[in-house]
Design a protein around this ligand. Sequence first.
Ligand SMILES: Nc1ncnc2c1ncn2[C@@H]1O[C@H](COP(=O)(O)OP(=O)(O)O)[C@@H](O)[C@H]1O
Ligand SMILES: [Mg+2]
Length: 342
Amino acid sequence: MASTTQIEACSVTKTFGKFAALRDISLTIAEGEFLSLLGPSGSGKTTFLTLLGGYEAVTSGQLLFEGQDMTGWSAKERAFGMVFQGYALFPHLTVAENIAFPLKVQKRSKARIDARVAEMIELVGLAGHAHKKPSALSGGQQQRVALARALAYEPKVLLLDEPFSALDKNLRGQMQEELRRLHRDLGTTFVFVTHDQEEALALSTRIAIFNHGHLQQIGTPDEVYERPANRFTAEFLGDINILSLQGGNITGSAITAPPHAQGNGHLAIRPEHMRLAQDYDTNRLPTTVRDRVYLGAKSRLLLATGAGEELILYFDNGPGEAPPAPGATLEVTWDPRDSFAV
Ligand SMILES: Nc1ncnc2c1ncn2[C@@H]1O[C@H](COP(=O)(O)OP(=O)(O)O)[C@@H](O)[C@H]1O
Ligand SMILES: [Mg+2]
C-alpha cells in the first residue's frame, strides 16, 4: 500500500439546520488505499462521501487533496468517480453509451472513447453486452456498468456508496471479489461506504467507523477488530463477550483483571479467544450453559456467569465430545493478552 497522503479531512463538520450529521471529522486517506466508511444507518457515511465528492459543501473544516485546499472545489473540479447506492444508469442508453457518457462530457475523440469503452467492458467482464439496455441486464451486471462508467475517465479517487446493497448474498460475494481485483489492478484510491462489517473487514486496507456523526476509530481491519477503541466499535464489529469488573476482579469471581483493565470498568474478549478451561489453566471462570445453537461445523453456546452476565463460546463439532447441553456447568478461560478494556 502506498503511504502518500492524498486526501485529508481537517475538523470537518456538516449540519443540516440544527442537526449535525458529522462532527469534527479528521482523517487522512492514502493514495491507492481502500478505505471503508463503516457504521449503522444514519451515522453520516453518505454525508461524508458527498462532502468528499463535492456534492455538498462542508459547514466548517477543510478538505485537502494532494496538499491543496479543495474545500471550495465543485464536484466537477474534483472529478472523482462516484458509484451510487442505486445503479443510476441512463435507462434509454446502451451499456456502451452509458460508459461513454462521462468521456463525451470530457469531449474526447470518438476513436479514444470507443477504445476506452471497449477496454472498460472487458475490465468488468461484460463482453457481449455492449449493445444491451440496462433493463436487459441483471442487478450484478448493472452494477458492473456503473463501476465501468465511474472508472472510464480514470479518476484518481473512486467513491462508492453501498454499491452492492441491492444484490443477493452470492452475487454480493462475487462483486466484492471483483472490486478487490479492480482495486489491485488499477491502484486507484477507493472510498467505500458500507454498513456490513464483514464486507468492510474483507475488502479494506483501513476502516473508518462512524456512529452518530462521530468518527469512532480508524485503522486496519485487524486493528479495529482486535483493538477496538471503545465499546461501540467492539460491539459493532462482531460478537463480543463483555464482563464487568468490581474492584479489579471480574464480577462474581476471584479472577483478577489484567493490568490494562483495572478498576470498575469492563473487560472484553472475542468469543473465538475463549475456550473450555483445562485443569492447568489459572484463570477459570465458572459458567452455566443457557442455550446451544447447532451451526454445522460449530455450535454456539450461550453461557451465564455466576453474576448472570452472558457469554458466547464457539464449540467445534469435530470428532470427540458432544457440545454441553443447557444446564451443564463448565469453566471457560482465555489468554489475558487477548482481552481489552471497554
Ligand atoms: N439533506 C439532508 N437534510 C437533512 N438531514 C440529512 C440530509 N442528508 C442526511 N441527513 C441526515 O444526516 C444523518 C446522516 O445521514 P447519512 O449520511 O445519509 O447516513 P448513512 O449514510 O450513514 O446512513 C441522518 O440522520 C440523515 O437523516
Ligand atoms: Mg448512506
